[in-house]
Design a protein around this ligand. Structure first.
Ligand SMILES: NC(=O)c1ccc[n+]([C@@H]2O[C@H](COP(=O)([O-])OP(=O)(O)OC[C@H]3O[C@@H](n4cnc5c(N)ncnc54)[C@H](OP(=O)(O)O)[C@@H]3O)[C@@H](O)[C@H]2O)c1
Length: 308
């Protein structure tokens, strides 16, 4: 319960700071904007803000989020299998048993936890593949170090989210997995089937959108940006962000919105990506002007179709 509370607290604090950074000009100009959006950000005026703005890392380091996330997911999977099959505690589950308490860790079944962990692992593996073999990030794009730390922390938190609230059912504290939580019929209920279908549907479109973005870059024009067309780009400014939201929504549906960490993760994703999406719309208008308006004369949703 302590770790669950701590992770939820961190995600809520991150969300609060993202909103704060959007509202405070000093933070907005120095910390919030990343990648191509830095070109339209107001330049920091105070000394503190300009010094803060210098702490950047290459945006291509986004790939580290997925590599760290994937390794953590596989590692957690191995420890859970060790516990379920051979009743052995690896270091993570051992620390959980010694320093945490089982309260609030039994409302997600073993199968629900394992399915969520498997889906998140697939998502992370696809993002690792896309980062290294599909995307063509420019060498100039940079992000603030706080984004980098938040990104690594976020994917670590999401890996924990998939199983932590069902940890008592694995037998972390009692040593015996909960038999009632192992029914295969759990897997066939409408909620789980719908969530899994939504997950694959969103993943397929996100992959398609990342391929479209990558296709806009030829080797000679590594730092060039163009107006993406096709697939969901026809009606949403940042469809890959929308698909990301659907991925986390599908995990929340899978756990019947009973998983607090996943719900906090979904809220963070919606708010964080909506802030970046509104900046992206502004950036397209500034960079491509009339050509952009002529391309989409009826306009497009920014990130959430029908809502925003
Ligand atoms: N869950 C979360 O909290 C969270 C947070 C952030 C991102 N994400 C996910 O991570 C993925 C990547 O995010 P991102 O912020 O890096 O997306 P992005 O800024 O749209 O960039 C994605 C890739 O496309 C390139 N690109 C973007 N617009 C382009 C254009 N008009 N012409 C040519 N190339 C273009 C970028 O190049 P440059 O890098 O050179 O600009 C980058 O390689 C997204 O699917 C997003 O959903 C999730």
């Amino acid at each position: 319960m302590y770790l669950i509370s701590f992770v939820c607290f961190c995600l809520c604090t991150l969300t609060f700071f993202a909103i704060l950074a959007r509202c405070i000009p000093l933070l907005r100009s120095s910390v919030l904007s990343y990648g191509k959006l830095q070109s339209i950000a107001v330049h920091p005026t105070s000394t503190i803000a300009s010094q803060l703005a210098q702490w950047t890392v290459p945006k291509s380091w986004f790939s580290h989020f997925y590599v760290v996330g994937l390794i953590s997911a596989l590692y957690c999977f191995a420890e859970i299998v060790l516990l379920l099959q051979w009743h052995g505690h690896g270091p993570v589950l051992y620390c959980l048993r010694v320093w945490d308490i089982p309260q609030a860790s039994s409302h997600i079944s073993v199968l629900e936890s394992l399915v969520a962990l498997a889906l998140l692992t697939l998502h992370l593996a696809r993002r690792v593949y896309e980062s290294f073999y599909i995307e063509r990030s420019s060498l100039e794009a940079r992000m603030h170090v706080s984004h980098y730390l938040a990104g690594v922390g976020f994917y670590g938190a999401m890996v924990l989210a998939t199983w932590l609230e069902g940890a008592a059912n694995f037998g972390v504290w009692s040593g015996i997995p909960s038999p009632s939580a192992l029914g295969l019929s759990d897997l066939l209920c409408t909620r789980v089937v719908m969530a899994t279908l939504l997950f694959f549907y969103a993943s397929m479109h996100q992959h398609q959108c990342h391929c479209i973005l990558a296709s806009l870059r030829t080797k000679k024009e590594e730092n060039h940006y163009q107006i993406p067309r096709g697939d969901w780009f026809e009606w949403i400014v940042v469809p890959h962000y929308f698909a990301d939201i659907l991925v986390y929504l599908s995990l929340c549906i899978l756990h019947g919105f009973r998983n607090w960490i996943l719900v906090c993760g979904l809220i963070w994703t919606v708010i964080n990506l909506s802030i970046t999406a509104s900046g992206t719309e502004e950036w397209y208008k500034t960079k491509f002007g009339l050509r952009y308006q002529a391309t989409f004369p009826k306009g497009r949703w920014i990130i959430l179709p029908g809502i925003y």
